[in-house]
Write a protein that binds this ligand. Structure first.
Ligand code: EPS
Length: 368
């Protein structure tokens, strides 16, 4: 399969299937001298992992990173970094029944027709398992962005089905990390728990929206016009399995705004609003970069559904296995990872072309 690489200068290739022996990635183009150890991966990998609460898949993976190359005496050397995670909790018999059937709403059908062969076990390469290596690679990107530019990247879930969280005020990111839903308001958690319990018991699944923020991104990153930050971010988020929509800044609300409402007025102290989501002309303004990502409901359901088998016979499909009733609930660390990989790549591309451009005056202070 081609197109398994993300990024031009900080280029991450992922490999592996959900039920294969291991998953991994190779990062090429990483700047040398970044301090990194195997232990540093565990925080974000644990945040993303299955099995942390009853509201996610009950697969329990160790997710231990082995650094195979590119790091010497605790520092990146500038050579390709290879990371490996061995799969330790596969249960492939759950997939025996669906090996010859297409789950409605799943990539089974299209992989079958494109390649003439597919690995059905755990979803193979179309599994959420693949996102593990994005998160691992982004640990290095996040560290570089934080150390060099104080860039802070966070994400939360701000909608599950019709339950919404207000994100118009400053988000308390510690609160987001303190519950099983990456939810910004603890007061709504009991409602979410009750709702997700009922969804899980019914055997159905629901979608979710994820809010992603990057603060302290310097003004000037992004490559017009085919490499706009908007373009790269949308592609990055859309490449996550189960994503169906991406909004930047005001997003689709821009359709109903007047120009006088949408434009972000500029004062000597900075911008007075941020409908642009921190991006103008595809280039960072120095404001917070904001995007929102829509995740579809998980398609692997134990509720029977009409479909075809590989012989084009009409059959009823039931999926067994340990599936997420809402895959979006585990997505914030994955969206943060794609934001970090996007910004890291754009930072290096900006440095390559415009690293010598002197800072322009007057400089509008960045909004922190
Ligand atoms: C997934 C199906 C499940 C999830 C998996 C994603 O796999 P299994 O049936 O083997 O338990 O557990 O998620 C992960 C393992 C992970 O690390 O994210 C799917 O079909 O996408």
């Amino acid at each position: 399969m081609s197109d398994n690489q993300f990024g031009k200068l900080f280029a991450v290739s992922t490999f592996g299937e959900s039920h294969g022996p291991a998953i991994g990635c190779v990062i090429d183009g990483c700047p040398p001298g970044i301090e990194i150890s195997a232990e540093q991966f565990s925080l974000d990998l644990t945040r993303r992992a299955t099995g942390k609460s009853r509201h996610t898949s009950q697969r329990h993976e160790a997710d231990e990173v082995e650094i195979l190359s590119g790091v010497y005496q605790g520092k990146t050397t500038g050579t390709p970094i290879a990371l490996l995670i061995r799969n330790t909790d596969v249960r492939s018999k759950d997939y025996t029944n669906i090996a010859e059937q297409f789950r409605p709403g799943h990539a089974d059908y299209t992989y079958h027709h494109k390649y003439g062969i597919r690995d059905p076990r755990g979803g193979g390469r179309s599994s959420a398992r693949e996102t593990t290596m994005r998160v691992a690679a982004a640990v290095i990107a996040k560290k570089w962005l934080q150390d060099k530019y104080s860039i802070e990247i966070h994400a939360c879930v701000n909608q599950v089905a019709n339950i919404k969280a207000d994100v118009s005020q400053t988000i308390d990111w510690q609160e987001v990390e303190s519950n099983a839903f990456f939810w910004p308001h603890a007061g709504q958690v009991p409602e979410l728990e009750a709702f997700m319990d009922s969804v899980r018991k019914s055997g159905d699944s629901v979608g979710a929206r994820v809010y992603v923020s990057a603060k302290n991104v310097p003004v000037g990153w992004g490559q017009p016009i085919y490499g706009k930050i908007d373009v790269e971010l949308a592609a990055a988020m859309m490449s996550i399995n189960a994503v169906k929509g991406v909004e930047i800044g005001a997003g689709f609300d821009a359709v109903t705004q007047l120009g006088t409402q949408h434009r972000d007025l500029i004062s000597a102290q900075g911008f007075l609003s941020n409908h642009a989501g921190g991006i103008l002309g595809g280039i960072s303004t120095g404001q917070e970069i904001i995007c929102q990502v829509a995740f579809k409901p998980t398609s692997s359901l134990r509720l029977p559904g009409q479909t075809l088998n590989t012989l084009s016979e009409s059959v009823e499909v039931i999926t067994t296995g340990r599936h997420d009733p809402c895959v979006g609930l585990r997505a914030p660390p994955i969206c943060e990872a794609m934001m970090a990989l996007t910004l890291m790549d754009l930072a290096l591309r900006h440095r390559a072309q415009c690293g010598d451009v002197p800072a322009q005056t007057p400089l509008i202070p960045n909004e922190k």
